[in-house]
Write a protein that binds this ligand. Structure first.
Ligand code: CAA
Length: 293
């Protein structure tokens, strides 16, 4: 199957990155969100990232202009998916919202279209089951920041067929990513490892064994991570990490995945990381100031 037109649902952190890399690789993209302000913000992020790549001579002005020309911003869901060959969903991680959206997409998209979710935890099989094409439903998990990170996890739901896996592998390769295929399981491969590691960093802060900046320095230099775990938590979003940890406990029925109380308290306080201006660091200063816990 030849994919030419891609609908990306959600213009947030992940959605705009996915729209960006797809358009830059030559796909016609419709980026859809529920409010014009979200589309405007997503498009502004794409323009900013293209400018940065242009300044570093990674792309030419012609590439940047062509990329932007290939992205159409759309508010109406039916309009977004009606002629799509592939729909990639990157909307908030709320089960009911995902299931309702997929029912609507299934009714409006061509019968031949492949449906892919960028979920970081929700069951592919559960989402596939609300559509009439579970064999064409798949997980396509990108990493943040999408234009930079080199991986796409491909997740096979219970009914996903091999032809769909092959098409998604080809699309991911065309947008410059390497792929791993994972059978459906909570957290797939990367988050299964990452989320318990991030939790453990927070437990260490909660127990007072070290400071935020020293834990980050230790892991950056000791394990060669590009960011320390607490900086990474602020980058990913504390609410997202907590959601995944809670989902793991529900799904695995194993308390080893439990989230630290400190993480839950910070989310309740609205300290979600960079996006809210405060998490383990305070982003109102430059450089950000590490918090004391
Ligand atoms: N778009 C395009 N390019 C970008 C970019 C963006 N949004 N952000 C950074 N870059 C580029 C920069 O231009 C720079 O390019 P050069 O190497 O050519 O100079 C390069 O990326 C590095 O950027 P910086 O020098 O500005 O900063 P850095 O060295 O600190 O790197 C980083 C930034 C790429 C984000 C790096 O810190 C990193 O890799 N961090 C870890 C990110 C990570 O772990 N992501 C996964 C999160 S988990 C997830 O997404 C899944 C989930 O389900 C929760």
């Amino acid at each position: 199957m030849d994919i030419k037109k891609i609908a990306v649902l959600g213009a947030g952190q992940m959605g705009n990155g996915i729209a960006h890399v797809c358009a830059q690789s030559g796909y016609e993209v419709k980026m859809r969100d529920i409010e014009q302000q979200f589309l405007d913000k997503g498009l502004a992020t794409i323009k900013g990232n293209l400018d940065r790549m242009l300044k570093k001579s990674k792309i030419t002005q012609v590439d940047a202009d062509a990329t932007l020309r290939r992205i159409k911003c759309v508010l109406d869901l039916k309009e977004a998916v009606k002629d799509a060959d592939l729909v990639i969903e990157a909307i908030p991680e709320i089960v009911k919202l995902k299931l309702d959206t997929w029912k609507d997409v299934d009714a409006a998209a061509p019968a031949s279209a492949i449906l892919a979710s960028n979920t970081s935890s929700i069951s592919i099989t559960q989402m596939a089951a609300v559509t009439k094409r579970p064999q064409k439903f798949i997980g396509m998990h990108f990493f943040n920041p999408v234009p930079v990170m080199g991986l796409v996890e491909i997740i096979k739901g219970q009914a996903t067929d091999d032809a769909t896996v092959d098409v998604i592998k080809a699309v991911a390769t065309k947008v410059g990513k390497q792929t791993v295929v994972v059978k459906e399981a909570p957290g797939f491969a990367v988050n299964r490892l990452l989320v318990p590691a991030l939790n453990e960093a927070v437990f260490a802060i909660q127990e007072g064994i070290t400071t935020v900046e020293d834990m980050d320095l230790a892991i950056k230099l000791g394990l060669n991570w590009p960011m320390g775990p607490l900086t990474l938590l602020d980058f990913v979003g504390l609410d997202t990490a907590l959601y995944i940890a809670d989902y793991f406990v529900d799904e695995f029925k194993d308390s080893k995945y439990r989230a630290p109380a400190l993480l839950r308290k910070m989310v309740r306080a609205g300290w979600l990381g960079r996006k809210s201006g405060r998490g383990f660091y305070d982003y109102s200063t430059n450089p950000p100031k590490p918090g004391r816990f």
